[in-house]
Write a protein that binds this ligand. Sequence first.
Ligand code: NAG
Ligand code: NAG
Ligand code: NAG
Ligand code: NAG
Ligand code: ZN
Length: 432
Amino acid sequence: MSYRKTLLGASCSLCVHSLRALLAFSLCCFISGYSEKDRAHNLLSKYPVIDGHNDLALRLRIHYNNQLSKINLTHLTRVATDISRLRAGHVQTQMFAVYVLCGAQHMDAVRLTLEQIDVIRRICTEYPDFELVTSTQELRDSMTKGKIACLISIEGGHSIDSSLPALRMFYQLGVRSMSLTHSCNTPWYSKEHAVSKHHISYTSNNSLTTFGKAVVDEMNRLGMIVDLSHTSFETASAVLNHSKAPVIFSHSSSYMICNNPRNVPDWLLQELKDNRGLIMVNFYSPFISCQKKATVSHLADHFDYIKGFIGAKSIGIGGDFDGGTSFPVGLEDVSKYPVIVQELLKRNWTEEDLADVLRNNFLRVFEEVEKVRNELSWKKPSEEEIPLTEVANKCRLELKQPIIPSNQSPSLKAKGHNLLFLALALLFYFFP
Ligand SMILES: *[C@@H]1O[C@H](CO)[C@@H](O)[C@H](O)[C@H]1NC(C)=O
Ligand SMILES: *[C@@H]1O[C@H](CO)[C@@H](O)[C@H](O)[C@H]1NC(C)=O
Ligand SMILES: *[C@@H]1O[C@H](CO)[C@@H](O)[C@H](O)[C@H]1NC(C)=O
Ligand SMILES: *[C@@H]1O[C@H](CO)[C@@H](O)[C@H](O)[C@H]1NC(C)=O
Ligand SMILES: [Zn+2]
């Protein structure tokens, strides 16, 4: 604003004739109109976006059954994410979510999780624009190479079926973050766009059970970022107290600005700041305006408020594109990140603040997670198991040596008789 006024004043004081004044006026408007846009693009070229949450993989399953041979990700109109729009939006790193619906819990969640990891690994290795990364070093290198880095995150602890070995194998496949829970009332299923139900894994008192703590410990040991988006406030608080490494909310906004339970209240933001963690602001309209529709200004209010409360060093970006369907006017897809940067520049955000929010904060958190992993390298993989009473899962098979009681059951006796009969039959066959 003030920039425009100064330019206008300076050049108009120079002109005498009205025609020249008019010319200068339109030139001023031209220059100032573009300058903020240019500033945003220049800034984004230096500090391209690291985004914490994107649900393209879920859309690929829903629309195309993961058949990549049928599509070209350079241009894909049915979704909000494709390579050309990621490029236009200056997205350098995308954390792609592996989300399998809560309906898969206690059923085939682990298989579906593997299949979604497979599709992300495929897009990130088959398209030369992408590169799958698993460390901060690889992430930085990918920028030098001009690649879009892919990070894999699991959304919802139900994906590991309460198994630390499963968690470790997901790490081996490249997963570097996991949110502990998911709300089963997903935005694209619920009629009211209300997320009222929260599924709290591993809890019976809204906190963290012993096994829940073991999951957090194991993630700390592995170097997997703990994600608290979708957890209840109490669970989030318990994790913040327990985790040795900083955590993230990969796609959540301010509860003070919009009191949706997917957002983070001030008392938790304070705990998050103490943990040196990050809130990566969600763009989804119902979470930012508490209504079906929203504007860029609504979204900027979340950034402003959180910066005012805990500072820009605790903020990141988690667009949630392809998760929901209603995004603010002007921010409909992954090409639109410059629009919010422009708005924040207008609101006097410094380039340093924006560089932090766009990428430096996430890199710092991820580096600290790696540092904690290095410090815990003396630890052996955890053998903590969830008590069977806590997993109501009919599909669980106990892979243990069957215990055959000394007084054999009738069925075992019957089997014994059958074997004897078979042996006799064979004997008579060969030696009639
Ligand atoms: C996708 O389309 C682009 C051009 O839009 C083309 O260069 C590229 O080869 C195509 N990729 C595949 C896998 O077909
Ligand atoms: C309830 O939460 C506390 C921690 O606040 C934990 O020690 C306890 O084990 C939990 N109880 C159950 C039944 O999970
Ligand atoms: C976490 O610690 C804070 C104090 O640092 C405490 O007020 C809060 O109750 C704790 N939360 C849980 C769930 O234990
Ligand atoms: C930005 O800063 C200028 C000068 O410091 C001030 O006049 C203006 O009101 C500020 N704008 C906002 C939106 O805070
Ligand atoms: Zn989500």
